[in-house]
Design a protein around this ligand. Structure first.
Ligand SMILES: *[C@@H]1O[C@H](CO)[C@@H](O)[C@H](O)[C@H]1NC(C)=O
Ligand SMILES: *[C@@H]1O[C@H](CO)[C@@H](O)[C@H](O)[C@H]1NC(C)=O
Ligand SMILES: *[C@@H]1O[C@H](CO)[C@@H](O)[C@H](O)[C@H]1NC(C)=O
Length: 260
């Protein structure tokens, strides 16, 4: 027998009444965000810290993470790079990770951190946003221009909405990793800051071409109907609910939990 699913009719009804409030969860395969950094870190001799900082870093891309958690994780990644002889590749990859869009469970734009980073290499950087989020309505129902919707250090909303220094032309396609579409963190364009100190890369550095492979080819982004809300809370509870023999098993468990 043919029937129209209840959820579908309900959405259409709500849509007819309120315009277009159907919120689409926007997410990504979070562990891909720090994988190149983790590889560079391993080559630089960072040992077990590479995986642990990588795991804690990508966990903060999940929805409901504190707006500054991604920046703080990036600071820890820069700290390690500095201990490893100011490893330029790790610094560059951290600068890109710091700008990776975060998940949104509500389909709304994700608020920006309102405190400065500890490391000058991250000065002025803020996350891009995924292209399908609602830029007129940030999480918490904040309108553009209200506190939290303008990155620390700026005085006006990001223009174009959803852009960042690594991708100044606009937001990032849903689910895509910034590090697969650019190798240039764009720090030369950060104005009025010392982001581009002499231990970071300069405008004249040539960058390897970004890989063209679809980053999600071997994965499928989370299914909004599969019961996993892709949130930081779910990530943390999946970590608490299991026992681990090593960071690697913790990582694979968390990654599975975050994917499914
Ligand atoms: C981030 O780090 C700052 C100190 O640099 C601290 O005050 C703040 O509570 C941290 N926030 C999170 C979410 O870790
Ligand atoms: C920085 O700005 C210049 C000039 O506006 C632009 O050509 C360049 O592409 C920007 N850098 C990045 C990484 O987009
Ligand atoms: C720049 O390079 C000089 C000499 O190599 C070094 O002493 C200084 O600390 C560097 N500055 C920054 C901001 O890293």
């Amino acid at each position: 027998m043919f029937y129209i699913p209840v959820a579908f009719t309900f959405s259409v009804l709500i849509s007819a009444i309120y315009g277009n409030p159907i919120h689409k969860r926007v997410d990504q395969i979070i562990d891909l965000s720090t994988q190149p950094w983790e590889n560079a870190c391993g080559e630089a001799g960072g040992g077990d810290l590479c995986n642990s900082l990588s795991v804690s870093g990508f966990g903060f891309l999940l929805a409901a993470a504190d707006p500054c958690a991604q920046q703080n994780a990036s600071d820890s990644m820069i700290d390690l790079a500095k201990k490893l002889n100011h490893h330029r590749e790790m610094i560059r990859l951290t600068q890109i990770f710091a700008q990776q869009p975060r998940n949104s469970n509500t389909g709304q734009a994700v608020p920006y951190c309102q405190i400065p980073p500890r490391n000058h290499e991250l000065n002025g950087l803020y996350q891009c946003q995924f292209e399908s989020v609602n830029f007129q309505n940030f999480e918490g129902n904040l309108k553009p221009g209200s506190p939290g919707t303008i990155p620390y250090g700026l005085t006006a909303p990001v223009n174009p909405p959803g852009s960042c220094y690594a991708n100044p032309s606009g937001p990032i396609p849903d689910g895509v990793q910034l590090v697969t579409i650019t190798q240039n963190p764009g720090v030369d364009n950060v104005s009025g800051s010392s982001t581009n100190g002499n231990d970071t890369l300069s405008a004249t550095t040539s960058y390897a071409a970004a890989p063209t492979a679809n980053p999600a080819s071997n994965h499928s982004p989370g299914n909004p109907n599969d019961g996993d809300d892709g949130s930081a809370t779910a990530f943390i509870s999946s970590a608490k609910g299991a026992s681990f023999t090593s960071w690697t098993s913790l990582r694979s468990t968390l990654v599975r939990g975050a994917h499914h």
